[in-house]
Design a protein around this ligand. Structure first.
Ligand code: SF4
Ligand code: SF4
Length: 346
């Protein structure tokens, strides 16, 4: 990097990569700090879910394209296995005192920082009565994704796919857990996975159990309308998952529309767990002097990217739940605000 770095991006997931690329394309030197040994974060775990050769727009390609672009980009210095230990204000600049693997100390002084620290998956154990970890045929969408990524579509042959239940909103829309919000991505995600299962086993009976559906966003209403033709959509949530006969999972639910109590058994149950702020979000907020919203995501001004601390911006899921495509768009917005801020200081 020829000039002094003018911005640091903290977090090397899809939002951090997109923000770094955007800044670099505008000639701004970037320090990209990632605490793990490789870039990618949650987006790197997404496998292709094309069905019948038709793309389901899961965002996996977007991630891989961005990673390749970053490898070619000039002006971005990547620091892996590095995390921020302390932040100081020095004459209007931000000094990031970092630690690398093996205890090596590093420090960077920059006028602006974009936080792109991503999210954690809500633990399926947050819903104890769903029996995750106790009932062998209760898995999460993430588990299914990992199976598909590791073994490809042949993984479907090893799953009991006679009758499958997807249970939505596991840990989200749950005021008791302090997560009254919709995680935004898990409906689409579960639908894509269901189509992959259905392609492998067309005779599989797949049902979705939901308290509510995510209908905002482009094409979402049409997406659910199409899903109603392919799957059974049940307005009702299971109370307690139990071991049923022949290794099945049994549960009772109240059908919202009729008030009927129904008990049903499934060969496989897939829990749609949502998104929550990272475990270290409070620490980062304290280090940078940021506010968090009531759910723990970084609070921003009405533009959605500027925090209340001058020169500090938020991109992607550290600010609110988003898909890969939405995280990229949000990162561009954060980079744009950062550029305007830097321009004002030039
Ligand atoms: S966007 Fe997703 S489903 Fe579409 S081709 Fe890429 S990885 Fe596959
Ligand atoms: S996206 Fe769907 S499954 Fe996820 S919290 Fe929202 S309504 Fe529930």
């Amino acid at each position: 990097m020829s000039d002094r770095p003018r911005a640091a991006v903290i977090g090397g997931g899809i939002a951090g990569i997109a923000a770094s690329l955007n800044l670099a394309q505008r000639g701004i030197g970037v320090i990209l700090i990632e605490r793990e040994a490789q870039l990618g974060g949650n987006a790197s775990t997404v496998c292709c879910k094309a069905v019948g050769g038709v793309c389901q727009h899961c965002g996996g390609c977007l991630f891989r394209d961005h990673l390749r672009a970053l490898e070619r980009a000039e002006g971005v210095s990547v620091f892996l296995q590095t995390h921020v230990e302390r932040v100081e204000r020095r004459e209007g600049r931000l000094a990031l005192l970092c630690e690398r693997a093996q205890g090596e100390a590093l420090s960077f002084e920059v006028p602006a920082v974009i936080l792109a620290t991503g999210f954690d998956h809500i633990s399926p154990l947050a819903k104890g009565p769903y029996g995750y970890g106790l009932l062998p045929h209760v898995i999460t969408g993430r588990d299914l994704e990992a199976l598909l990524q590791g073994r490809g579509r042949t993984a479907c042959n090893e799953l009991p796919l006679g009758k499958v239940a997807f249970i939505q909103c596991v840990g989200s829309r749950d005021e008791h857990n302090g997560r009254g919000y919709c995680s935004q991505v898990c409906c689409r995600y579960a639908l894509r996975l269901a189509r992959v299962l259905q392609e492998s086993r067309p005779e599989a009976e797949i049902a979705f159990f939901k308290m509510d559906l995510q209908t905002s966003g482009r094409d979402m209403a049409e997406t659910w309308a199409a899903a109603r033709g392919a799957f059974r959509i049940v307005a009702g949530m299971p109370a307690l998952l139990e071991r049923g006969a022949e290794g099945k999972v049994a549960f009772r639910y109240e059908e919202v529309l009729t008030g009927r109590q129904i008990r049903e058994s499934f060969d496989l149950v897939v829990l749609a767990t949502g998104i929550q702020p990272r475990a270290d979000a409070a620490l980062l907020a304290e280090q940078f002097g940021l506010n968090q919203d009531p759910s723990g995501f970084f609070a921003t001004a009405p533009d959605g990217v500027s925090t209340l601390v001058p020169g500090v911006f938020a991109a992607g899921c550290c600010q609110a739940p988003r898909s890969i495509a939405e995280s990229i768009a949000h990162a561009h917005q954060a980079a744009q605000a950062c550029v305007l801020y830097l321009g004002g200081r030039a």
